[in-house]
Design a protein around this ligand. Sequence first.
Ligand code: PEP
Ligand code: MN
Length: 255
Amino acid sequence: MFNKNNEFLIIAGPCAIENKEQALATAKMVKENGLTYFRGGAFKPRTSPYSFQGLGRKGLAILNEINRKFKLKIVTEITDPELLKVVSENTNIIQIGTRNMANFSLLKKVGRRTAKTRQWVILKRGFSATIEEWLLAAEYIYQAGNNRILLCERGIRTFETSTRFTIDLSAIPVIKKLSTLPILVDVSHGTGHSDLVLPMAKAAAAVGADGLMLEVHPDPHHALCDGQQSLDQKAFKETISAVKKIIELENRVVI
Ligand code: PEP
Ligand code: MN
């Protein structure tokens, strides 16, 4: 997918695919900023069963349309092994979320399927998982036959309440020491606040991450999911250009 030595991968998009209009407007923002990977949840693992759960298969169809219309590659989350075939047929990269990092049967099934389809898998760090537990979870995918694994630090739970989670930036150099897998930082879920995304994105780039995950929305105040941490058009543009400056200093390129 990407050469982690000189490419810096930025995956951006809304938390959830809410409807066609919102999804296409967000895809336009992602494309206009020169990025190549679009994220969006069709099946959302929500803490509350009363929260918006995603559009399901309808959301996958919208992602498919974005892939065709905008030539953007798609990243979406798998929440249930029963959905593996349909999710993998409608995405380029399969995401395993923080709540499923230790769902070992899901990891094995995703590993077996993606070994055949040769798809990359994003494995988010469980918000209560140590780095060792996270790397062992990655081994389940590896053992099932796929070494195309992208780790994603997305914040861990600490006693701090001024941020939604605490981004463990030291995880990046630690992972670099222990593993050859590329590592992304999700600075949206990691902070929970859109105004903290830019400084933490710069920090992640500077500390040696291989990429970022960002939530963006054309109208964050009306988002059905994670609006408070989603960048609007202006903040998104500023974030990409600030990160690019750091990446280019290191002779790397943003993709
Ligand atoms: C997401 O990326 O939309 C998501 C739910 O992330 P996490 O699993 O990190 O909470
Ligand atoms: Mn989200």
